[in-house]
Design a binder for this molecule. Structure first.
Ligand code: ANZ
Ligand code: ZN
Length: 816
């Protein structure tokens, strides 16, 4: 049967019937946990993005399976969330109904993709058997103070009518809908992720994650090594502390700035300045934190009439309030050093405050004000001549002895706001009792079921609040009348632990069995979008650590190794979206070419971690390649049946084919391991070419050897074109399944060939000498020359016009 979607269906059926991908718990010592970020069941069908995430990762998983791992490859759905609720508001279709229907469609499509998911381990976060344990985790965190409630100015999305976590505010806008986020003072639930700031930072070093993502997490956690220095208020029995990372510049402090919200402001403001200060406080309250921090915004502030005493010189420094100082960071007070800090400089110039330089540049190149890096020399008081980083320590130590300073580490990270005023999420399992206060729902009463019959129009309050049957309860402590918490949990809480549930998804006694998940986790390979760097990926790490400290598991990190797939953009180069009409649906392509061609094309046409704009120019070529392999297999079978004159020994032709074979095995194994699928597939194509050459050019063949190479080809191709390869395997008369075969190993000896030295010229000038195999083809020689680092340095930024290869002697690269 020529390859088509019928071949897909045939093998999908067979794989399911024979339970080929069933994870065998008895082999847990060889387990490999391969996980893609689970899907959000949005109304649409599987799109190119899903395929791009799941197809290539599935190929990797298949290869690992053939390498002898017991691959655990589950799939599930991140099923709570705003889109389903917004859809319900628009159409009247209940979020439960639309979500479950979407899940059924997507499951079917995922099966049709021919991925190795073991559906017995499926997890759906909106079902009570799952969210019971989400609620349980909440209660466990609550017991130890890692979940708490407080009134705080929080991010509010006026369009989604709910609060947002800091991580969900991107450039001042709502992560979901893009609306400008405002601030509101509300009592909300938080998870104390800040308790883990240091470990979250430190353990990053040990993770095999993309460097960019680690940097994003580092910056988000934002550790800052500094000191708190005490200042006295002139003429009053009052002190306050400033947080500074640059105590070395203390002599340069010429004024002090306090956040307008700081409680000390009212205590120090003099009569004369009261009105101006009040007005300014009102003005600052209306700004969002993002606006306040923006470097583009002109600095504003007012004088309080009060003075602080400089801790070293005793000078009187004016105290100002300004919105560029945040109440929520450090101590909310800053010593302003306009000579060396850009913000202070701008402020001081505007309000005519003194500027005093206390650090000089080394040499006289950067004698201009302001702003110095560490590494310069201090030019003030008894610290003159010291390097600034040394002076920093000395100054703090001196003041510390007098009890007027201490070293202090600050983090930018804020606690994770987890309550949402929306319907479609897990209810927060606490009860508010007038007499007893906040009372956790007893464990045996979990889950707190989300009622089906609610009105989910957004009002700014949780829709559950109007549901009397849900809200009114008796207090588990005193038996009196009490109310449930009307809020639901952020959906990022659901996804912060789903990977812990998969291996034990049917457990109804506990979220997971400790001994079992200690064997199954951490996840060995996690694949998903880079947009989750400071949200899901941070939350999951926090929850894992918190559960570890509570004694429910024994590992520190959930995801040992992480890969981000790139994004496939619309043909116009912008993000695919329905509104832009640039969405590419895989369906038509699959119907026309079969899913393996589509999958191969995604892997061959794009660099996996980069993605790029969609174009289908190459898909026909991939289809032709697949057909060419099939024609070759037919030819080979014919030759095998009527071999004519054959031989048993390895001659020159066999050695040559053997070289390409082992070169391909090595290349495919190493490249696919690193998710470099495009080059892996290129190696397979070369092997096909070499096999064709052997088939047509060599009259007296070594059939036994020949067949070995052919089976290696199909085994190498199997992870990337699973249905097709299974079909070829069967056609060749071998036993089902190719995925129960062992992944081929390469032989270093076969990779050594006689070498010759050639000269490499760039525009006629010899730029280096390289060793190349004596029987290398012109293309191979060219590739070796072009991939040499030294040669590359001569080509940097230039356009290659032509490459001339003189066999056995030289390569000349012509550039413009
Ligand atoms: C004096 C100074 C001199 C500073 C200098 C910097 C350079 P990071 O690295 O982000 O932690 N700062 C402290 N608390 C602040 C607040 N609540 N709002 C706004 N700014 C605040 O930044 C620490 C520095 O930011 C601190 O060190 C302080 O200014 C300022 F040449 O103190 B520095
Ligand atoms: Zn009570």
């Amino acid at each position: 049967m020529a390859y088509s979607v019928d071949v897909d269906r045939k093998w999908q059926k067979r794989w399911e019937e024979t339970k080929l991908y069933k994870f065998n718990p008895e082999n847990v010592d060889k387990k490999l946990y391969c996980l893609e970020m689970f899907s959000y069941p949005s109304g649409a069908k599987l799109h190119v993005g899903h395929w791009y995430n799941y197809g290539p990762t599935d190929s990797w998983a298949r290869m690992k399976r053939m390498q002898g791992y017991e691959v655990f490859h589950p799939m599930g759905f991140d099923a709570f969330g705003l889109p389903a609720e917004n859809y319900a508001i628009k159409t009247g279709i209940h979020p439960y109904d639309s979500t479950m229907e979407n899940i059924r469609t997507m499951e079917k499509q995922l099966r049709e993709m021919g991925a190795t998911f073991d559906w017995d381990y499926e997890v759906i976060t909106c079902l009570p058997e799952y969210y019971k344990w989400t609620q349980w985790i909440f209660l466990k965190l609550f017991e130890v103070g890692l979940a708490y409630r407080k009134k705080a100015p929080v991010n509010w999305c006026p369009s989604c009518q709910t609060v947002l976590a800091n991580e969900q505010v991107i450039d001042g806008k709502c992560e979901r809908c893009g609306t400008e986020v405002t601030k509101k003072d509300l009592t909300q639930w938080f998870f104390k992720i800040t308790a883990y700031a240091e470990e979250l930072l430190e353990k990053l070093d040990e993770l095999d994650w993309p460097e960019k993502t680690k940097i994003m997490q580092r910056n988000w956690i934002g550790k800052s090594d500094g000191a708190e220095i005490e200042f006295k208020v002139d003429g009053k029995d009052l002190t306050f502390k400033v947080f500074t990372t640059r105590a070395d510049t203390l002599y340069g402090a010429t004024y002090v700035v306090i956040a307008p919200e700081h409680e000390i402001v009212d205590l120090i403001t003099t009569e004369e300045y009261k009105q101006a200060v009040e007005e300014y406080k009102e003005y600052a309250r209306k700004q969002s934190e993002i606006e306040r921090l923006s470097t583009e915004k002109e600095k504003t502030g007012v004088f309080t009439g009060a003075y602080a005493i400089h801790p070293l010189t005793g000078e009187k420094l004016p105290i100002w309030i300004a919105d560029y100082v945040l109440a929520t960071y450090g101590t909310g007070c800053v010593m302003a050093v306009p000579a060396h800090d850009e913000r202070d400089y701008e402020f001081a110039t505007k309000y005519n405050l003194p500027i005093k330089r206390v650090i000089k540049g080394i040499g006289d190149i950067d004698d201009s004000l302001p702003f110095v890096e560490f590494g310069k020399l201090v030019d003030s008081g008894e610290f003159t001549g010291l390097k600034s980083e040394e002076a920093r320590i000395k100054i703090v130590e001196k003041l510390k002895q007098e009890g007027r300073a201490e070293f202090k580490v600050n983090y930018r990270l804020r606690d994770w706001l987890v309550s949402r005023q929306r319907y479609w999420g897990a209810p927060i399992p606490v009860i508010h009792c007038e007499r007893c206060g906040i009372v956790p729902v007893p464990e045996e009463d979990l889950p707190v079921l989300l009622p089906y019959d609610v009105e989910f129009a957004p009002t700014g309050e949780s829709p559950l609040k109007k549901h009397e049957g849900f809200m009114n309860v008796t207090c588990p402590k005193c038996g009196g009348k009490a109310l449930r918490d009307p809020d639901t949990l952020d959906t990022f809480v659901d996804s912060s632990w789903y990977f812990l549930r998969y291996p034990d998804n049917k457990n109804d006694k506990e979220p997971f069995n400790k001994e079992w998940i200690n064997k199954m986790l951490p996840v060995d390979k996690y694949v998903g979008g880079a947009e989750h760097a400071t949200m899901h990926l941070l939350y999951a790490r926090f929850v894992t650590k918190a559960l570890r400290d509570l004694g429910y598991l024994d590992f520190d990190e959930p995801f040992k190794s992480l890969v981000h797939q790139g994004t496939i953009l619309g043909p116009d180069g912008s993000r695919m979206s329905k509104s832009k009409g640039n969405v590419i649906s895989p369906d038509e392509y699959i119907k026309e070419y079969g899913s393996d061609v589509f999958r191969l094309y995604l892997m061959f046409g794009f660099a996996y971690s980069e993605g790029g704009p969609w174009n289908d120019d190459g898909i026909k070529a991939i289809s032709r390649f697949v057909n060419r392999v099939e024609r070759f297999i037919d030819k080979f079978i014919e030759t095998r049946n009527n071999p004519g004159k054959t031989k048993d020994e390895m001659g020159k032709d066999e050695n040559e084919l053997n070289y390409v074979r082992h070169y391909a095995i090595k290349g495919v194994t190493e490249d696919a391991e690193r998710f470099q699928f495009n080059t892996a597939i290129a190696r397979i194509m070369e092997l096909v070419n070499a096999l064709y050459k052997y088939e047509t050019d060599v009259e007296v063949k070594n059939i036994k050897f020949y067949e070995e190479v052919v089976t290696d080809l199909i085994r190498l191709l199997a992870p990337f074109a699973p249905h097709f390869s299974e079909e070829m395997w069967e056609k060749l008369g071998y036993e089902y399944s190719v995925f129960n075969q062992i992944w081929p190993k390469w032989d270093e000896k076969a990779l050594q060939r006689d070498v010759v030295e050639i000269a490499v010229q760039v525009n006629g000038k010899v730029r280096g000498r390289l060793e190349v195999p004596s029987n290398a083809t012109d293309e191979e020689v060219q590739r070796i020359a072009l991939s040499d680092d030294k040669i590359k340095s001569y080509l940097d930024g230039k356009e290659i016009k032509k490459v001339i290869v003189v066999k056995g002697r030289l390569v000349n690269i012509v550039v413009k």
